[in-house]
Design a protein around this ligand. Structure first.
Ligand SMILES: O=C(O)CCC(=O)C(=O)O
Length: 386
């Protein structure tokens, strides 16, 4: 078995060792035919060719979907979130001595790890779904001990984040894939700082339906990633195309058969320019490598499910053992979409807002105002994970 415990590799050596793999993956990605601008049909559905490409490969890259004004606001929101983070993990104050952002929210807004580490590979974290360890290059001597790895509560901590959650094109995509009664999953912001960003070990998402009699390739839903900066093969998400159709794959065996290397054959990077948005089937095998490149990646990640897949399920993102996704529970979490649509309409009044079927006629009850702000508090406690 090839020696690839990259504790031995410096960041620079890791980048050099990845170079051929990145270039080959990039070339393979360009051949798949599943990237380009968003195309909707006259009745607002995803173009059938796009749906077919997504169904075949398990992902699609929409280029240039988010316009510059919104991108600027999202970047400013992220900068503020980072500035207002606790000064170190667990601290009450930020670097300027203010109460850290999100300190009144039940779910931690910041997740930290060591630079260039793989915090979950080979551990029991996330239901043990990351069975193989990624290469962990050695960070530079001046690297901080801990870095921000992920950020949460996007809709509560960042108004631009709430607004993008109500983006009519994104919601049209969600509707086309999961039906007009589509349901939210959760949100997470992946931050991959240059030379520091940690890896996310190979995994498939989805916890509830792998052995279900009604299992199908779309049953665990999909995630968007809104890219705030140009993202490259070195820092972006990678997918093994088509794996969403295979059921649970044996990741440990795949890595072992690959000589212990995390550079799995056939995988492709989901690179794109800032403003691009990717969709990835949660069942697709995916990962991201330690970011030994010079480029920052920030991906706003949020997912959607089919209503039929979540109804009656017991919470797989555990809030409590009694957390059953009944209609009232689903409606409550889905109201974040209704509020986001209104927040967006107030900011971009010239845009045609998305019509979210479960809230037709109820719009006035879910405005983005004082009461809306209060309603949004702790929404992530109501995430719907399957
Ligand atoms: O974007 C990343 O680096 C990882 C994303 C991921 O693993 C996920 O969305 O499940």
């Amino acid at each position: 078995m090839a020696e690839r415990q990259s504790d031995y590799l410096s960041a620079e050596q890791h980048a050099a060792e990845m170079a051929d793999y990145l270039a080959a993956g990039r070339a393979r990605a360009l051949e798949l035919g599943n990237r380009g601008p968003l195309r909707l049909t006259a009745d607002g559905k995803l173009h059938p060719d796009i749906l077919a490409a997504y169904d075949e490969h398990g992902f699609y890259v929409f280029e240039g979907l988010i316009h510059e004004t919104e991108l600027g606001e999202l970047r400013a929101g992220i900068e503020e979130m980072i500035e207002r983070a606790p000064v170190h993990p667990g601290a009450a104050l930020d670097a300027a001595g203010r109460p850290a952002l999100g300190s009144d929210i039940t779910r931690d807004s910041y997740l930290w790890t060591r630079p260039l580490a793989d915090p979950v590979g080979g551990t029991a974290a996330n239901g043990g779904r990351h069975p193989a360890k990624m290469a962990e290059p050695r960070p530079d001597a001046q690297a901080p001990e801990k870095i921000i790895y992920m950020m949460f509560n996007m809709c509560e901590n960042m108004e631009a984040g709430l607004r993008v959650y109500g983006h009519p094109d994104l919601l049209a995509i969600a509707q086309s894939i999961n039906g007009p009664d589509f349901v939210p999953y959760n949100d997470a912001i992946f931050v991959k700082q240059p030379g520091l960003g940690a890896s996310v070990a190979w995994h498939q998402d989805g916890l509830t339906h792998w052995d279900a009699p009604n299992w199908d390739p779309g049953i665990h839903g999909f995630n968007f990633q809104v890219q705030l900066y140009d993202c490259t093969p070195a820092n972006c998400l990678w997918v093994v195309p088509g794996t969403h159709k295979l059921g649970k794959v044996d990741i440990k065996r795949m890595v072992a058969d690959n000589g212990g290397s995390d550079q799995l054959p056939g995988a492709v990077p989901l690179f794109c320019a800032a403003g691009g948005v990717t969709i990835v089937n949660r069942q697709a095998l995916h990962c991201s490598f330690a970011n030994t490149s010079e480029n920052l990646r920030v991906s706003l990640t949020f997912g959607f499910h089919r209503h039929s897949a979540v109804l009656g399920q017991r919470g797989a993102i555990v809030v409590s053992a009694d957390d059953v996704y009944d209609e009232a529970r689903i409606f409550e979490r889905s109201s974040v979409i209704a509020t986001a649509i209104d927040a967006r309409a107030q900011r971009f009044p010239d845009e045609t807002p998305f019509t979210y079927q479960p809230f037709v006629g109820l719009e006035d009850q879910f405005r983005w105002d004082e009461a809306g702000r209060a309603r949004l508090h702790d929404y992530s406690q109501k995430d719907i994970g399957i």
